[in-house]
Design a protein around this ligand. Structure first.
Ligand SMILES: Nc1ncnc2c1ncn2[C@@H]1O[C@H](COP(=O)(O)OP(=O)(O)OP(=O)(O)O)[C@@H](O)[C@H]1O
Length: 343
């Protein structure tokens, strides 16, 4: 492995077909993506989209049928035996179900990859304790893995994944079995790992909250293909594909109940998106004062995405048609996006 580059992943026109008795399954159909060194890259899609198959190729757990997965300049699919095991040392992985040895002590679970590499017991244990301290479980080293809560188990899984100081961390639905509070704690820990060590993190999830809180870049997958990709902020502000809009709407509601739209009528019914300082404007009072229209605020919320503030409002503006048209232009100039609300 080259030591000058660290933690880049390139999927180059990757396809994967699983042979079946009745029919073959095309899990991936020509996926091309580049994950830059030191970034957190999220892959989101519904069950069966091919996310697990994709992420498992990065450490050689699956091989592409066609195409290449290149990690730090090395074609992982072409490696076998010792070469593959060497490459795998630079990539840690965490799983939804933790995959710990439940009847083995936490310290030994974490030290296991080093012991398999032939590292002496005392050195492996010392390193395991160091990483357990980092993940906040220094006091649990002597517990059996089976005695821990789900959140603690995932911290142990993370410690084990980090014990070889990998350049890349793969996360396959790592928070999907956890409650919302524990999910936030694990996301915070993954963010700390990325910031502190510059570890590239590839995250596979079906939860848009995880993408919002953790990832810099996102790819949306459906039926083995990437249907959309971009920066997380841009994807939230301007989702293009229908499936992307569906995922975004699980975090930022996109519309109103049909009954409300039918009742109000869609004329002058607008959804405004506001970015950063735009959210601090006294927009509604300015609008009423300057354009002499009536404003009914039907919805407003705000969220943080990649250290940006994103606000949205849904307004119904009524009055003289010329004034309503002027109000639309007035608002459009003051917000990052304005669209008609459709039920
Ligand atoms: N080892 C395998 N043998 C046969 N088919 C497989 C195998 N692994 C995955 N598949 C099939 O490939 C497709 C993609 O599966 P994959 O697990 O990659 O999707 P996913 O997006 O990760 O979904 P999930 O979140 O449910 O795991 C599915 O149709 C699945 O049944």
């Amino acid at each position: 492995m080259s030591s000058s580059r660290s933690g880049t992943i390139v999927f180059d026109d990757v396809s994967k077909t699983f042979p079946g008795r009745a029919a073959d399954t095309a899990a991936l159909r020509g996926v091309s993506l580049e994950v830059a060194e030191g970034t957190v890259f999220g892959v989101i899609g519904y069950s069966g989209a091919g996310k697990s198959t994709l992420i498992r190729m990065v450490n050689g757990l699956e091989q592409p049928t066609t195409g290449r997965v290149v990690v730090d300049g090395v074609d992982i699919g072409a490696l076998r035996g010792r070469g593959l095991r060497e490459a795998q040392k630079h990539t840690g992985m965490i799983f939804q179900q933790f995959n710990l040895l439940e009847t083995v002590r936490v310290r030994e679970n974490v030290a296991l990859p080093l012991r398999l590499d032939g590292v002496a017991k005392s050195a492996a244990r010392a390193r395991a304790e160091e990483v357990l301290d980092f993940v906040g479980l220094g006091d649990k080293a002597d517990s059996f893995a089976g005695e821990l809560s789900g959140g603690q188990k995932q911290r142990v899984g993370i410690a084990r994944a980090l014990v070889r100081n990998p350049r890349i961390l793969l996360s396959d639905e790592a928070t999907s079995a956890l409650d919302p509070t524990t999910t936030v704690q694990i996301i915070d820990l993954l963010r700390d790992i990325n910031r502190e060590y510059g570890t590239t993190i590839l995250v596979v999830t079906h939860e848009m909250d995880v993408i919002k809180d953790l990832a810099h870049e996102v790819a949306v997958m459906a039926e083995g293909r990437v249907v959309e990709r971009g920066s997380v902020l841009d994807t939230f502000l301007h989702p293009r594909a229908g499936i992307t809009r569906d995922f975004v709407s699980t975090v930022v509601p996109q519309g109103l109940p049909r009954r409300v739209v039918d009742h109000l009528g869609s004329e002058g019914l607008w959804r405004l998106l506001l970015l950063d300082e735009e959210v601090t404007q006294p927009l509604v009072s300015d609008l009423i004062r300057d354009l002499d229209v009536s404003v009914n605020m039907l919805h407003a919320d705000m969220t943080e995405i990649q250290e940006h503030t994103v606000g949205q409002m849904i307004l119904k503006v009524t009055g003289d048609p010329a004034r309503v048209a002027a109000a639309r232009a007035y608002l459009s100039a003051r917000v990052v996006d304005l669209k008609d609300v459709i039920a």
